[in-house]
Design a protein around this ligand. Sequence first.
Ligand code: IMP
Length: 463
Amino acid sequence: MPAGRYDPPAMTTHARATPPHTAIVGLQWGDEGKGKIVDLLTSEHDVIVRYNGGANAGHTVQVGDQRYALHLIPSGILYPDKACVIGNGVVVDPEKVLQEFETLRARGVHIGGNLKISDRAHVVMPYHKEQDAALEEYLSAKTSGDRGNLSIGTTRRGIGPTYADKVRRSTAIRMGDLLDPAYLRSRLEVVCKLRTAELEALGVQTAPLDPAALAERYAGYGERLRPHIQDTVYALHDAMRAGKRLLFEGANASLLDIDHGTFPYVTSSNCSTLGIPAGTGVPGHAIGRVLGIMKAYSTRVGAGPFPTELDNELGHRIRERGREYGTTTGRPRRCGWLDLVAVRYSAMVCGATGIACTLFDVLSGLDEVKLCVRYRLPDGTETDRFLPDAHRLESVTPVYETLPGWSEDLRDAGDRATLPANARRYLERIEQVVGVPIEVVSLGPERTQTLVDGRRAAALAHA
Ligand code: IMP
């Protein structure tokens, strides 16, 4: 070979980008109705992949008259011919997974070789949930005044403490560890001592954690989950090489991303699409399509800044019409006008190629609707840039554009062109401000109450 020339090998060990793999991600603070959209796109894909978060997420999917609420298992499990993967970036609560197994199997859903769980996913242990709750209680009781209450309003599912152990490394337990009882026990001997002391420091009086009992219990879960626990990185690359199409299902949402969200009022994982490479082992360039899910208005659960919040009768009305109560915790969600500064930022960070606008039917019956297009800063200037820092975001005032509302019930609309003119105008204005086309409009919980590329979606085969 002449000097300076490099001939790449004819065969490479990595999968080429077999387009187009798809990512679905929430563009707000969660609960955008991702479950329904994931379910809708599942038929076009072969493997459904979770890459972040844990049982803090809740996906509700309506199939005919059946409603499924899933927290950890991808909703693709409802299709017998799809594979589902819980990637290494997820924190897995084995008790919750086994509970979901039972609920799904009781309703006739097959779970076998179609579900793979990464051996590198970190395990949510009971003490993580205790720590999560204890820290929240401690911060609620001990912090207030000028700096405010420092509690985050977590789901108390142990998410933060589990990811903290992942970063700390020496105290972490991974799914693969559950398959080796002696190793698990030796790790837990140390972890339990530390954990009892840490819980006591937060004012929790607990009996010392018993490593032997805990190891036995969790090795038992490991045994039950053994057929599913494996190296999912190779499994995903094998699938790509075999020409399978992957659908990455983001949990939580971009504005809750640990690096790019409204820190510190965020969750502990990279929920934006930026979490996909690290959380699955699939390089980012393999993803050709990113569908950002956005409610027609905004909601938020837990603490943290929310510039367009409607803490009034209108907010209450949106909450009741949109059934805005948490799938995971049942907490009422805070509701407000659509914040396009926030959505445009999320779409940029996630590389959204299209948007799915959900719960559009909820806005029917309002005289006027508002879109936040800029923020006014404390010094009186305005910006169209998001401020992903809670302290700074708390100081802004939303600048709205007011559009006329519409009174028609949209749920049975046939296509986008026949929507009421004001409803169409609302969608068009969103596209202009965000700079990304709205590919899907959801008008109700049913699969058929959806406009895809402007036309009503047909009932899917198994609906
Ligand atoms: P954690 O994820 O339980 O630690 O909670 C951190 C913050 O993220 C809290 O404000 C939660 O309410 C919020 N959060 C976490 N997951 C979701 C979700 O799936 N939807 C909406 N909010 C969420």
